[in-house]
Design a protein around this ligand. Structure first.
Ligand SMILES: [Zn+2]
Ligand SMILES: [Zn+2]
Length: 144
């Protein structure tokens, strides 16, 4: 597996650094209220990777965690407050925010939780009302 690429990421200030290996399981935009309120942004660009593909290389004890629900453990840097990633234990995946891994070849494949959207994006990609069936959702698509 010598051709597996490693991408470097960091928080806003650089105290926390990490790497992500290989291609993610999924990439897209999340419009859910939790992502919007936590990030204070209208939409969240996510990448979902297996936990073993994400390694903290610096500042592991500088990472804060908050979980409003058992589904999402949100992580940020205690120095700058910059968001880093969110663990989804139920899915067995980590959402590493696309913006914190600048060299990562991010290509959104889908929009999720579009029924909660505050910023409609007409990019021709599939708009899922919530999430795919295999992730516990309805699997229903909706208009842009
Ligand atoms: Zn930081
Ligand atoms: Zn979300």
């Amino acid at each position: 597996m010598s051709n597996v690429k490693t991408y470097r990421g960091s928080c806003f200030c650089g105290e926390v650094r990490f790497t992500v290996n290989g291609e993610p399981v999924a990439m897209g935009y999340c419009h859910c209220e939790s992502c919007r309120r936590w990030s204070a942004g209208p939409v969240n660009a996510f990448t979902l990777s297996k936990p073993e593909e994400v390694q903290i290389t610096r500042g592991a004890d500088n990472i804060g965690t908050y979980n409003k629900t058992p589904h999402s453990y949100r992580k940020w840097c205690k120095t700058c407050g910059g968001h880093i990633f969110t663990e989804h234990p139920g899915m067995g995946l980590i959402d590493v925010y696309a913006v914190v891994i600048p060299d990562f070849p991010y290509h959104a494949g889908v929009h999720v939780h579009y029924q909660e959207s505050k910023l409609h994006i007409k990019d021709g990609l599939r708009k899922m009302k919530d999430v795919p069936k295999e992730m516990g959702g309805s699997g229903v698509s909706m208009a842009e």
